[in-house]
Write a protein that binds this ligand. Structure first.
Ligand code: HEC
Ligand code: HEC
Ligand code: HEC
Ligand code: HEC
Ligand code: HEC
Length: 239
């Protein structure tokens, strides 16, 4: 009988030798330094700089925007959701994006969708805004119409007629109208009352005014009309 045991032992010895050399060859140098893991990985995981800084970071330099934002309804939407991760800003030359297409940005969260939770305010874009940019009417940092940002801008009239805060974003703090929005100051009170009732009933159609007028009581309408009639118009013909 030949001695098969010698060949078997030789085979095992060769296998063990290969295994031991493979172990020392393939194991990273720092592997057993602290335990059964690669010690260098600890430093590597800690090294990357955070890409997001959080809104507190922005406060020191962009105090105005931060104040506006933190008083408004958008406080739940952190700065970097809209402006992108701050990373090294402002230390590097790479600029943070300023969203120019607000329709694209705002519809990400506000376009009406059946699966969207009802708690999320939603709009039908075509009926609500048409082709207008959302920022024409809403301040991205404090978007509620008549919210804190507009209230601040209209401190004087608000004191005499609190409801006018809702109107100031479009008709101006002085009632003289902003851009293409019509002036109300110095208009005849009866005329204003009729217009507001027509918007409320739907006899006169306008997406913005219909929504707003529905929230006004008859007393509100009378008060607002009297208030705007009492303001001074700008060289305009009073009807
Ligand atoms: C240390 C001060 C500082 C901090 C902190 C800071 N910024 Fe700025 N930011 C600046 C300066 C300075 C500019 C103007 C840079 C320029 O005009 O090149 C700027 C510009 C911007 C702009 C306009 C885009 C541009 O580059 O011109 C945006 C948007 C902006 N910052 C957002 C933010 C946000 C969001 C944060 C918080 C995550 C933040 N910043 C934190 C100083 C700061
Ligand atoms: C819902 C999205 C949104 C959020 C949240 C938001 N921003 Fe903005 N931000 C905008 C848009 C849109 C503009 C451009 C406004 C315009 O064109 O009139 C802007 C403009 C700016 C600018 C002016 C850039 C320039 O040079 O004109 C700064 C600075 C800025 N934001 C900082 C901030 C800071 C700081 C925060 C958090 C406290 C913040 N933003 C939160 C959307 C947002
Ligand atoms: C990342 C998602 C997100 C984006 C982007 C966003 N919003 Fe909002 N927005 C919200 C949430 C969430 C609320 C509700 C906050 C609450 O009620 O606490 C809100 C509230 C509002 C409200 C107040 C609704 C009310 O109850 O009166 C308006 C108006 C609004 N957003 C307009 C805009 C506009 C305009 C833009 C684009 C510049 C925009 N939003 C971008 C998430 C978003
Ligand atoms: C021409 C002015 C105008 C434009 C443009 C506009 N909005 Fe509005 N939006 C309003 C007014 C006014 C209200 C307040 C109505 C109210 O008080 O119920 C409002 C209310 C909202 C609300 C709150 C709705 C709710 O059910 O509470 C959201 C969300 C909103 N707008 C988002 C947007 C978005 C997103 C855009 C851009 C696609 C946009 N708006 C463009 C005037 C405008
Ligand atoms: C989001 C912008 C917006 C807000 C906020 C707003 N309006 Fe208007 N308003 C308009 C637009 C746009 C028109 C013109 C509509 C048209 O052509 O029929 C208008 C028209 C009117 C008119 C008719 C003016 C005329 O000469 O025929 C009256 C009155 C009026 N608004 C009162 C108010 C009052 C009061 C408030 C506050 C409770 C208010 N509006 C808030 C956008 C707005």
């Amino acid at each position: 009988m030949p001695n098969y045991g010698v060949r078997l032992i030789a085979l095992i010895v060769v296998f063990l030798a290969a295994a031991v050399s493979a172990r020392s060859y393939f194991t990273a140098d720092s592997f057993y330094r602290f335990g059964h893991y690669r010690a260098d990985s600890v430093a590597e995981i800690a090294a990357p700089k955070p890409v997001h800084k959080g809104p507190d970071y922005c406060q020191a330099c962009h105090t105005d925007r931060h104040t506006e934002w933190s008083a408004g309804v958008h406080k739940v939407v952190k700065c970097e959701v809209c402006h992108g991760p701050a990373r090294e800003h402002p230390d590097t030359t790479a600029k943070l994006p300023i969203p120019t297409d607000t329709v694209k940005l705002c519809t990400l969260c506000h376009e009406a969708m059946p699966a969207r939770p009802a708690a999320q305010p939603q709009i039908q874009v075509s009926q609500h805004a048409g082709t207008e940019q959302c920022k024409t009417c809403h301040n991205p940092h404090s978007p509620r119409i008549g919210g804190p940002a507009t209230a601040k801008a209209t401190a004087a009239p608000v004191a005499s007629q609190p409801l006018s805060a809702k109107c100031a974003a479009c008709h101006g703090a002085d009632g003289l109208g902003i851009g293409n929005f019509p002036a109300l100051a110095g208009q005849d009170a009866e005329y204003l009352i009729k217009q507001l009732h027509d918007y409320k009933s739907g006899a006169k159609q306008n997406v913005m005014m219909n929504t707003l007028a529905k929230s006004l009581s008859d007393q509100d309408i009378a008060d607002l009309a009297a208030y705007y009639a009492s303001l001074k118009g700008k060289d305009r013909q009073v009807k």
